[in-house]
Design a protein around this ligand. Structure first.
Ligand SMILES: [Ca+2]
Ligand SMILES: [Ca+2]
Length: 365
């Protein structure tokens, strides 16, 4: 059975390879923003803060690049409260949409036992330092294995709810079939309201969550069937959600939902990996599953292994890629982009040859 509802990424890549390198992003020049960081894995800033970038280091520190200079200290140092290494660490950071008024921000990390913690912290009277003692734990998730911890946090630009991603718990092949199990948060994207509290909770379940008022599926669940949604993002202009879901052994995928989605999507894992049956090995596709927007194969030169979901570019300073969705592969170091047309993506480009930062290089790890 041909499961390909849209062109597979392998065919998109063929098109990309035929494009001349220069016109793909003429005028787009990578620049070195900061150096001297340790395993930086997230860069963000509060809304309206145009002087600072906040850089998350896997080992637990949040650093600030201010007016182009990396500050010496840490905005927050959680290295004594977390486990780090491989897929563990300080993994996520999101500023409250009204941060400039309330100074609240949220982190996602693995604790010393390797379990997931999502916490709120507050800034101090000095805007370049948070208050370490201000931690309020919103939720915890026991992790059965060390890998696939997700860890991303992002606020919806439409309604200000907080979305957080959790992988399938780990190991390989989702041995307990947790991503399809509605009774656990593992293998899901959750949606919560951090400005209110339900009885017994440090947050509220939004009343328009797809399973609000239920206990199974658990009411925080927004989408299921995810293996490790390591990075996802909202298109800040129109609110679409793009999810990079890391694959098992053969296929990496990007999932997408429009801003009008009411939630409840099942993105297929472990029944499917990309557009392909995984477990069961055949007859996996059911009407309840949402297929990826695109996939790409590990089999390539250089080899690919793990997708890092990116963002839809809306920066006025780079009109050449305006509206394009950017993403990357961890092993090959390639950066790709596509354009969305309805429910499909077109015009795939591979920017690997053009976007090697001056003074830096692409990872080969
Ligand atoms: Ca895990
Ligand atoms: Ca999938």
């Amino acid at each position: 059975m041909n499961l390909h509802r849209v062109p597979s990424w392998s065919s998109v890549l063929v098109c990309a390879a035929l494009l001349p390198a220069a016109p793909a992003s003429a005028g787009v020049e990578p620049v070195l923003v900061a150096s001297g960081l340790s395993a930086p894995l997230r860069v963000t800033a509060p809304a309206g803060d145009f002087r600072r970038l906040f850089v998350v280091e896997q080992g637990g520190r949040i650093r600030i690049v201010k007016d182009g200079l990396l500050l010496g200290g840490s905005f927050l140092d959680l290295s004594g409260r977390i486990s780090s290494g491989s897929e563990r660490g300080l993994l996520g950071l999101a500023f409250h949409p009204l941060y400039r008024r309330n100074g609240r921000f949220f982190v996602n990390y693995t604790d010393p036992q390797g379990n997931t913690v999502v916490s709120e912290f507050a800034v101090s009277s000095n805007p370049d330092f948070a208050t370490p003692g201000s931690e309020r734990v919103l939720l915890r998730q026991t992790q059965p294995f060390s890998n696939h911890n997700g860890g991303h946090l992002a606020f919806s630009p439409i309604d200000g709810t907080l979305y957080l991603g959790l992988g399938d718990g780990g190991s390989g092949g989702d041995p307990q079939n947790l991503a399809q199990n509605d009774g656990t948060w593992l293998g899901k994207i959750l949606r919560i309201d951090v400005d209110d509290r339900d009885p017994g909770k440090e947050y509220a379940v939004p009343s328009d969550n797809p399973f609000a008022g239920r206990t199974n599926p658990r009411p925080e669940i927004w989408a299921k069937g995810l293996r490790n949604p390591w990075r996802f993002s909202f298109d800040r202009s129109i609110g679409d959600l793009w999810i990079g879901d890391v694959g098992q052994g053969a296929w990496e995928e990007i999932d997408w939902q429009g801003a009008s989605s009411k939630g409840g999507e099942n993105y297929g894992w472990r029944r499917m990996e990309g557009f392909h049956c995984y477990d069961p090995a055949s007859g996996c596709l059911t009407p309840s599953l949402t297929l990826p927007m695109l996939e790409y194969a590990h089999s390539a030169t250089p080899p690919r292994c793990s997708v890092t979901g990116g963002v839809v570019s809306r920066g006025a300073s780079v009109p050449e890629i305006a509206g394009r969705y950017l993403f990357a592969d961890y092993c090959s170091g390639e950066i790709f982009s596509v354009r969305r047309l309805g429910n499909e993506v077109i015009d795939g480009r591979n920017h690997r040859a053009e976007w090697v930062p001056a003074g830096g290089g692409r990872s080969t790890a």
